[in-house]
Design a protein around this ligand. Structure first.
Ligand code: ADP
Ligand code: MG
Length: 770
């Protein structure tokens, strides 16, 4: 089928933009292919540079750019971009999200688009989901960028400030989203203009766009700090361990909450020497005991976290692998460390935070690519004003997606999974099994070994290792057990990494993907399926579910199935299948509401931060601090200038004002957190809208910030005196944190405030009749 026809078939998908105009540009680029092939490398680079002047906006220039880019990729990488990849490039250049299936070559399309955006005079950040991919893609695409005359660089966790500044100075910078966020946070606290590493935001080109922009959008990136010797709160881990379920505490049905019973409270009071646990001045103890109980009862080693190198490492549910750099909210993190008898990691206080959504929306131009965008079209529009272009695959997809297999119990399902794997394995067909979490991977691996199979188990490894393992998942007879997103971004070639056994594997049916349970959204299911049938290869996928699966018991709790069950536990009844699909739709609805609600709060905080930073910037780069203190502490200012020098006083003034701005913000964040928790509890009982109540108090508090910071600065300045080494800022109380660190707050395992609020919504949604 001609490209035009295939594009047309895809064009009218609801929620996606018409590809007609892009198609015409690609056709025009095709017509230029032979001419462009005659250019020397130098002439090619010059021809690209010549496009800068026109701003790369006219269709003619875009076509020329595509032709030159295709030729450059062919020469530099040995890969000639397919027409559909050029459609992707144009979608990205038009500031949209390109939906392109796994294995269609998004890295190359993204690299060309990045170069195009750069030619328009904007700095481009190609944002990846991890260090490994940022480095891999930058290095892989470097020869292409060089030939196009575009400079490039990359940033990883290990990059030094100088390396970061250099990398961000390039036309195109590959970086993990989180690192850019952390750099932004550190920049916002810079005490000299030279310490800033990020330039003005230009273009964000987001890889795995749905993961970043939707799934992880509300994840706050945090910069925390502590002064020396911050004391850890006493631990109640031993106490929590001695409490008995049922008698001393009870848990919710969904095991997301735990409460002391009155017996339990008495036991705690006795153990703590006869205190009154609910007395106002024992609030800290009560909180501590609660956290210890949460850590003991609700968080499970090897499911929610693992212990490695003496540290608690969180396991991210969605990626099913160790979430580097992540920690729980402080108290909980400490409680888990105490439970595992580990040394407490530093707590400190939150200096600043930013959500991924805010971070991305700072860029005036946004675009992205992913295999699964259409399902979140509404959200991309709502939260980022992004439209989607659905790009068809280069070769038609022939993957065979079998309908779900449904079982009554988890045990029946697991038996069926092993049988399916065994069957495929005997045919020498490679199998990739996706599990819901690390514990499920381990359980399955054990069963497979017992059945005489030798699975490769992939979890909790680092990204590079994961990538190399997953790259081999297409080799004949390989059984790879992996949590959903492990090794993402890595190509699975049929017949192994070198493709040598391609034909044998293709004859066996290609890669078989088996999902051992549905994820929170059908989009995540699709990501797993997408691992098979890449680039028109044969392949298949099937999901197995059971009525005992978490997703169903949690999101369709009121549904029960009383119909027929076969001897092997399988269920073919339409109603039962409906229940499974329904649970997933409810979960999707809940996730969206949580996103919306969290965003409403964060949006206000973001606006306040923005306004406050504008005032701070005047002190950082201008003479605002000196002017302020000269005006408000006239005599002392004159006195200090007399004792030292005008320059020294100006610099000290700047440090004092910046210090109080940063102090005020950190305090404000803590205040907002408490405010929100308190208002949430108060509003629930009284039918008030918590957001309205929150705004009523948070807005005026935000408005007062600048003035409060200035007043404190004046006070500090008045106590400033010259010491033996010049003006003594430390004695005046200007002490910045001696250590700062960054992390990502992991989803609160018991549900965030919103999550808890929206659990009510589950009931609401589930009562809607079919
Ligand atoms: P995606 O990110 O879309 O899943 P990748 O960018 O990882 O895909 O590319 C998948 C594979 O396809 C890689 O091995 C890459 O080298 C290859 N590839 C990409 N574009 C082309 C092309 N035009 N011709 C040949 N191979 C290509
Ligand atoms: Mg990719």
């Amino acid at each position: 089928m001609a490209l035009r026809d295939r594009l047309r078939r895809f064009a009218q998908k609801p929620g996606s933009a018409d590809t007609g105009p892009l198609r015409r540009v690609v056709d025009a680029a095709g017509a230029r292919e032979d001419d462009v092939r005659e250019l020397t490398d130098a002439a090619l680079t010059d021809a690209v540079a010549a496009l800068r002047d026109g701003g790369l906006t006219s269709d003619a220039d875009l076509a020329e750019f595509c032709a030159l880019g295709r030729e450059a990729a062919h020469r530099a990488l040995g890969e000639r971009p397919f027409d559909v990849q050029l459609v992707g490039v144009l979608a990205l250049l038009s500031g949209r999200v390109a939906e392109m299936a796994t294995g269609e070559g998004k890295t190359l399309a993204g690299a060309l688009a990045a170069a195009g955006h750069a030619l328009r005079g904007r700095r481009v950040h190609v944002l990846s989901v991890n260090d490994y991919l940022a480095r891999r893609d930058a290095a892989w695409m470097a020869p292409l960028h060089a030939l196009l005359g575009v400079t490039s660089g990359w940033v990883t966790q290990e990059s030094t400030p100088d390396e970061r500044r250099a990398a961000y100075g390039a036309d195109v910078t590959y970086a993990p989203v989180s690192e850019v966020g952390f750099d932004l946070l550190r920049d916002r606290l810079a005490t000299s203009p030279g310490a800033v590493v990020l330039p003005e935001p230009g273009v964000a080109l987001v890889d795995e766009a749905d993961s970043v922009l939707v799934d992880e959008a509300m994840v706050p990136l945090i910069l925390a700090g502590a002064a020396d010797g911050a004391a850890a709160a006493p631990s109640h881990a031993d106490l929590a361990r001695r409490l008995r379920p049922g008698r001393d505490y009870t848990t919710d049905e969904d095991a997301r909450n735990v409460q002391l019973t009155s017996d339990g409270a008495r036991a705690v009071e006795r153990a703590l020497g006869g205190i009154d646990l609910y007395a106002a001045d024992n609030l800290g103890t009560l909180t501590g005991v609660n956290l210890a109980l949460h850590a003991e009862v609700l968080l499970h080693r090897d499911v929610d976290y693992i212990v490695r190198d003496g540290e608690v490492k969180l396991i991210s549910e969605s990626r099913g692998r160790v979430a580097l750099l992540q920690r729980w909210p402080d108290g909980l993190q400490a409680a888990v460390e105490a439970k595992e008898a580990l040394e407490a990691s530093p707590g400190g206080e939150i200096l600043d935070l930013v959500t991924v959504q805010e971070l991305i929306n700072r860029y005036p131009v946004r675009c992205g690519m992913t295999g699964t965008a259409l399902a979140v079209a509404g959200q991309l529009r709502e939260f980022y004003e992004l439209d989607i272009v659905v790009v068809p695959p280069n070769r038609p997809r022939v993957r065979e997606d079998r309908p779900d297999l449904l079982y009554a119990t988890v045990a029946d399902k697991e038996t069926a999974v092993v049988e399916l794997i065994d069957e495929a394995h005997r045919a020498n067909r490679p199998v990739l099994v996706g599990t819901l979490d690390v514990a499920a991977s381990e359980r399955l691996a054990t069963r497979l070994r017992r059945a005489g199979l030798d699975p490769v188990v992939l979890n909790a490894k680092n990204d590079a290792e994961e990538a190399s393992i997953i790259a081999g998942a297409g080799a004949p007879g390989t059984v790879t057990v992996s949590t959903q997103m492990a090794g993402r971004g890595t190509d699975i070639r049929l017949g192994g990494p070198d493709g040598s056994a391609h034909d044998a594997v293709a004859d066996a049916g290609g890669l078989l993907v088996i999902g051992t349970g549905h994820y929170h959204s059908s989009r995540l299911d699709d990501q797993l399926r997408g691992r098979a049938g890449r680039q028109g290869d044969p392949g298949g996928s099937v999901f197995l579910a059971s009525l005992e699966d978490d997703l169903i018991t949690r999101y369709a709790p009121e549904e029960s199935y009383g119909g027929t069950v076969a001897d092997d536990g399988s269920i073919t009844d339409k109603n039962a299948h409906w229940i499974a699909g329904h649970a997933q739709r409810v979960a999707e609805g809940v996730d969206l509401e949580i996103h919306r609600n969290t965003w409403r709060y964060n949006h206000l905080i973001g606006l306040q931060r923005g306004a406050f930073l504008k005032d701070r910037a005047k002190a950082l780069t201008g003479s605002h601090a000196d002017d302020l203190l000269r005006e408000r502490a006239k005599d002392h200012h004159a006195h200090l200038v007399g004792e030292t020098s005008a320059e020294e006083v100006a610099e000290a003034s700047r440090q004092i004002v910046l210090y109080h701005f940063d102090r005020a913000w950190s305090d404000h964040l803590a205040y907002l957190t408490d405010l929100r928790e308190g208002i949430h509890l108060r509003s629930l009982g009284r039918g008030l809208d918590p957001l309205v109540e929150f705004n009523r108090e948070a807005v005026p508090a935000g408005k007062r910030l600048t003035e409060e910071a200035r007043t404190s600065a004046v006070e500090t300045f008045n106590s400033l005196e010259p010491g033996p080494d010049g003006l003594d800022l430390a004695s005046a109380g200007v002490q910045r944190p001696t250590a700062t660190w960054t992390y990502i707050v992991h989803d609160n395992p018991f549900g965030t405030l919103d999550d808890r609020a929206f659990r009510g919504l589950v009931t609401l949604l589930t009562t809607r009749r079919r």
